[in-house]
Design a binder for this molecule. Sequence first.
Ligand SMILES: *Cc1c(COP(=O)(O)O)cnc(C)c1O
Length: 798
Amino acid sequence: MQFYSNPIPSSWSALQQRAAAGEAPQVAARVRAIFGQVREQGDAALLTLAAELDKASLTSLLVSEAEFTAALAQVPADLQAAIRQAQANIEAFHAAQREPELRVETMPGVFCSRRAVPVQRVGLYVPGGSAPLFSTLLMLGVPARLAGCPQVVVCTPPQSDGTVSPVILFVARLLGISTVVKAGGAQAVAALALGTASVPAVDKIFGPGNRYVTAAKQLAAAEFGVAIDMPAGPSEVLVIADETANPVFVAADLLSQAEHGPDSQVVVLSTSAAMLEQVQAETTRQLATLPRRDVAALALENSRAILLPDVAAMLAFSNQYAPEHLILATDNAEALAAQVTNAGSVFLGHLTPEAVGDYASGTNHTLPTSGYARQYSGVSLDSFIRKITFQRLSATGLRALGPVVETMAEAEGLAAHARAVTLRLASLATSDEDSSAVGAAAAANPYAGLIRPSVERMQAYSSARDEFEGMAPVMLDANENSLGSVGPDDFSRYPDPHQRAIKVELARLKGMAPNQIFLGNGSDEAIDLLVRLTCTPGGDDHIVICPPTYGMYEVAANLNDVRVERLLLTSDFQLPANAAEVLAASTAKLVFLCSPNNPTGNLLAQQALETILRTFKGLVVVDEAYADFADAPSWTTRLEEFPRLVVLQTFSKAWGLAGLRLGVAYAAPALIAYLDKIKPPYNISAATQQHALAALATAPSLDQMRDELLAGRQDLARQLPQLPGVAKVFPSEANFLLVRFNTDATAVYDQLRARGIVVRNRTTQPGCAGCLRLTVGTAVENEQLLQALTEIGRGPAG
Ligand SMILES: *Cc1c(COP(=O)(O)O)cnc(C)c1O
């Protein structure tokens, strides 16, 4: 190791010189000759060069299935497990580098987006020979796979017996890579760049290698239109070791770099001369027992130990050197890390050797050397993708942006550019003249622009039972098993996909037509389908909800990757005064309005809803799960007037049939037809249909049940405010009460649970701090609830 004590900054760049800078001209000439040979003779050249340079006589260039299989048996179990752990970490870190598609409306009607698309064909060079670097295959193969590159070709030099290292084949198998070519050196790179009968040409070549591989990659990039991961040079490390460093660790890190090759670069900086001396002594001591000590010793001859006056000087030196690996062997590594401006990868603190990043922490070990860390990043997921930008203008967008572009194009004297805009603007002007016709068409179709284009385009699934009504004596159309028809309830047949009988009965009961009814597996299914009907996932489409409200609206949106906008209710749980205005200006596809609202229990003011129904361009979904308990007409009576109105009801609440899972959407027949188009074919089970029909036959008895519940609600609403701890009972038009406690509501909730009474904790809902939602139960249950709350309110006895 060479020592330098406080060198003046003007001398630093000499100390930062890398060893093998500048390629010998004979290397470049040899590589060019190899490219010529591969271009002319293809596979034959690769076979000849394998014999000549790798001393391997090959019969085939591609690793065979039998060789893959044989390799697996040769890799020890502990190594397999270690590789799997490394793979998991590298996958975790690189998968997190994925970015969602970017979409920005830069001005109204001008939509710009950017999407990551994998490089289609990639070649991974994995050095073999004396030290097969299977870790390199992990570092390159994992991100290539995560990026989704359709074609991944691995090249690695054959051993002299014509085989490839079994560990490399094991890793290839693990990553699902099946094209492994027995070719190394410049000829492998030439084959990847030019293509041969056995080796597909690729778009980008990755991986480290010797001087010939490096020169070949440069030639491929310069003359054959192939991209490469980064310029490569010998590996290097710089260690910043202050007086808190452990010289034993530092020496081990220096040696782990030095053993890579005689041209490896090792630099250690310290503010302590004693530390540098200890590191030197330790390095000599540890070197003696290294198997690769000859290589390491050569590398150490070029290495440098430099004493600098302070931390700032060490950081300045390091940033100027731009090391591939930087180890901060100090107690305050985090603080120093913040000041690192040039480095490939940084290892913080005393317990983080470079070796962990080389193999398994999760970061990539393919890093810029020779000072390229000033301009390049290491390999990452980004190295395997390109980001394609897209733009689309609507008529509004073209009208706004067109003149801007015309002006700029004319100023640059590019008349054809200007004309491409002018012609389109002119065509918009003529179509504006018959825009009154377009307006009329929009009025005729109240769902214009509301239904997902993919739904408009798609063919609905046609079930076997769709083609006719009723059952023939012999039904062999739906692959049912009629031998299974046993017992009083025969479930051997698919149910009516359109639930005609229920719709007829329900329509009669509600004074509507069967084609205004959609039945869902719970209203929850209708909620999900409404989101899916209108919103294309992952795009600009979005919905509006009005919290505090029923949680499934947001879940349905999240599940469908659809954005949610929130219009918060006021403190008395009504729509804010500007709600209609906000919605009229909104491009949301639908708004969910729950009335009576869950969990607050109140009806939303009729006037506010009417204005929204008049002015909002999207669907207005009024969820009336609790309408039967409310003293107000159902919004179903307004369906004819408002074609974009959807009313949800359910058999789960007033009907006392939550276990059936039967929900109803009422809407205009055209909208119901869309829901039918996208629903699963037999979404309502035969059991549910049977039970629902029976319940509809006895519907009048519902009145009695409801009266009893309303009496219970009234009782609770009267008694709850008397209890200790109860601050407020909100008025309710539903079969539950929202109650605010002036004590810790969650504690009350927990104590109720401990007594076997489960209620709903709504304390985290907007506007619901301190609130529990209590369902009205039977008279006995209500009494138990009051009793328990009384005891909890009094506090521990005694
Ligand atoms: C309970 C409830 C539903 C019912 O959903 P189902 O799936 O029919 O049981 C729907 N909306 C609201 C607001 C509810 O509280």
